[in-house]
Design a protein around this ligand. Structure first.
Ligand SMILES: [Zn+2]
Length: 651
């Protein structure tokens, strides 16, 4: 008889600010949301022992760039208000899929919000509320389940985007692996009475198929893979919407799907690239849900602690970490995925290069001004030698950890381990590169073997964000990831040491003493969004449909409606593609389906024009259709607009 676990699953909309919010990930000025390609969701999984309520963990995988301390703390606070002590910091893990096509403004740390529109209360609220609701739903439907694990490789699904940095790792270490990325998907599935109610998989790839010019909200390759997989499994099992599938991220710090094909092109071609990678992820998930799998047996455990990354001494060495500093090469972004916002900044600029002292000075001056003028923060005029030397090869552009009144990025960070039978999941508060991930995994594998652990899973973007984590050798090259490793060349070693310490407490069954916590900055942030949301239209058709379209053509209609800021229509839709069946209108697609695009633009005299585009295909059913638009006025009352009835005809 295999071990039975209690499993609950829940999914809730976190789409957030549909229009006018700076998008999070590319750090591109002017990349502001203008509509929806697919909605974003939090997918929550509660995994517990059958007879012990204290042995229970929550994994919430959200279609966001990363979890932040602000989001985690507020979610836990609301869970405590609702459930009491059942769910807390220690046993709740919130991870972002790392989509770069969602609205931002949900961190309290200025680096992530100061230049992109400030704190976005509406978006923060949607994300926090959606995660909390997904966990409540999961808590309400706990069932006895088996957990099964399988693994599989995916070919040509992401390459190393900083190969020069990767290649600086020791030869003998590289020789142990046959690729410069980890292209294995780890897949766990939850089975109840021979039906699957959910699955989580981890695979390292940047969801940057949609490029820096995209303004549609989208879960990118991972979100789309979830959409395909959930639709298909629910259809084949006849389980309605019960089956929930999360595509989480892993050690993808230096992994991108754009290396081989170039920067995502403008416009619709990047949507084709997203489908390409989503299909690869989906196909492997389809194989792994059917594949022979290992049944997971045993107990559940969890451990969590805060560490001060600005000052960790590495045992038996002279090494330590330092308060955060951003390297010059970080300012340009990854050259594979985006265009540098600052001319003449390229990857790999480091101490001792001939040009850099001048570049360094100019950039530092620019940032001094930005830091002080834009957000009233003080940046030290002179950096002491210990700090400069401590950051090794990094050419320091901004001493982000030394600004006053508080640092531009987090210094106190959460680390977390869950064990579920022979599986250990590491909640890592940043972006870890391929080789850095392998080192951490190997060390924890060895340590946790004593607790019966056979599978260590790296779960990046968990509970907080703190830039990248590279190996010392990669750091020395100062490519984008190395320049974005905030706490110096020994950041990875610090994580290895601290995660090992945390693993020790799992083995001993003793909780770690906790005497530090992140600063509470929640009171300091007001919504920075200016209220100018125009007049409320009535849903009047502005550009109507044609009489008929051939299969494969796209249908586009425009309405004069309301500004989506009035209400993001959470768990609902701004549009319906409706088909006439037996004199009734049946909804075939909403704004969450990848075949539709919902777009806002400013119209005349502060009105809102809403465009709805539907891409048909050869397998679209012929027949009579109409497109309906739904919006909310400032007083939340609903307006509805309808296109004329049109035909989809065979070619
Ligand atoms: Zn990233």
């Amino acid at each position: 008889m295999s071990t039975a676990f209690l499993i609950g699953t829940g999914k809730y909309d976190i789409t957030g600010s549909v229009v006018g919010s700076a998008m999070m990930g590319m750090s591109k000025m002017g990349q502001v949301t203008e509509g929806i390609h697919t909605r974003l969701f939090s997918r929550a999984f509660i995994i517990g022992e059958e007879n012990d309520i204290s042995k229970r963990v929550v994994i919430a995988v959200a279609d966001i760039w990363s979890c932040t301390i602000a989001v985690k703390k507020e979610v836990v606070k609301r869970l405590k208000d609702y459930f009491g002590d059942k769910y807390k910091d220690e046993n709740v893990l919130i991870t972002g899929t790392h989509t770069h096509s969602g609205a931002g403004g949900y961190s309290y740390y200025p680096l992530y919000i100061s230049l992109t529109g400030g704190f976005d209360k509406q978006n923060f609220e949607c994300i926090v509320n959606g995660i909390v609701e997904s966990i409540k739903i999961a808590d309400g439907n706990l069932k006895t389940c088996q957990i099964e694990l399988s693994k599989g490789l995916i070919n040509d699904c992401g390459q190393n985007r900083s190969i020069e940095a990767y290649n600086n790792n020791p030869e003998e270490e590289k020789n142990r692996y046959n690729a410069s990325t980890d292209n294995e998907m780890t897949f766990i599935r939850f089975k109840n009475n021979n039906k699957y109610i959910g699955s989580i998989n981890w695979y390292p790839i940047h969801p940057t198929s949609l490029g820096e010019n995209n303004k549609f909200i989208s879960g990118d390759n991972k979100g789309l893979a979830s959409y395909y997989f959930e639709s298909n499994i629910n259809l084949s099992q006849n389980t309605g919407k019960e089956f929930i599938a999360a595509f989480a991220n892993s050690n993808c710090g230096d992994v991108s799907g754009n290396v081989k094909y170039g920067k995502p092109p403008e416009g619709k071609d990047d949507f084709i690239r997203m489908v390409f990678y989503a299909t690869k992820l989906y196909n492997q998930a389809m194989r792994l849900i059917k594949a022979d799998a290992e049944t997971i047996e045993g107990k559940i455990n969890y451990c969590h602690t805060y560490i001060n990354m600005s000052n960790i001494l590495i045992s038996n060495s002279d090494f330590k970490t330092y308060p955060a500093a951003l390297g010059i090469s970080m300012l340009g972004g990854s050259s594979i995925d985006s265009t540098s916002q600052i001319p003449f900044i390229k990857e790999g600029l480091k101490k001792g290069d001939i040009m850099p002292p001048i570049v360094s000075e100019i950039v530092q001056k620019i940032f001094d001004v930005l830091v002080q003028v834009l957000i009233n923060f003080d940046h030290p005029d002179d950096l002491d030698n210990e700090f400069i030397n401590g950051h090794g090869n990094k050419l320091i552009a901004v001493a982000a950890g030394l600004t006053k009144p508080y640092p531009l990025v987090a210094d106190i960070l959460p680390i977390q381990i869950f064990t579920i039978g022979s599986i250990a999941i590491l909640g890592i508060p940043g972006e870890i590169t391929t080789m850095a991930g392998r080192r951490l995994k190997e060390q924890l594998q060895t340590k946790l073997a004593r607790a019966g652990i056979e599978h260590v899973i790296l779960c990046g973007y968990s509970n907080a964000y703190s830039g990248y984590i590279t190996t010392k050798e990669e750091y020395d090259m100062q490519y984008y990831e190395g320049a974005s490793t905030y706490y110096g060349p020994y950041t990875l070693m610090a994580y290895q040491q601290e995660f090992t310490r945390l693993a020790g407490s799992i083995i001993n069954g003793s909780a770690l003493e906790q005497n530090i916590a992140p600063m509470d900055l929640s009171g300091l942030f007001k919504d920075a969004k200016i209220e100018k949301y125009g007049s409320d239209g009535t849903g009047l058709v502005f550009v109507d449909a044609n009489n008929s379209y051939k299969k494969g053509e796209s249908v586009e209609v425009k309405f004069i409606g309301t500004h989506p800021f009035n209400d993001p229509r959470t768990n609902d839709t701004f549009l319906k593609i409706e088909k006439k069946e037996n004199e009734n209108w049946k909804t075939v697609f909403t704004d969450n389906d990848p075949y539709t695009f919902f777009h806002w633009e400013a119209g005349f005299i502060s009105s809102s024009i809403l465009s709805i585009k539907w891409q048909t295909y050869q397998d679209t059913e012929a027949g009579e259709y109409r497109i309906s638009y739904f919006g909310n006025k400032k007083d939340f009352s609903q307006v509805v607009g309808r296109s004329k009835v049109f035909q989809i005809i065979d070619n």
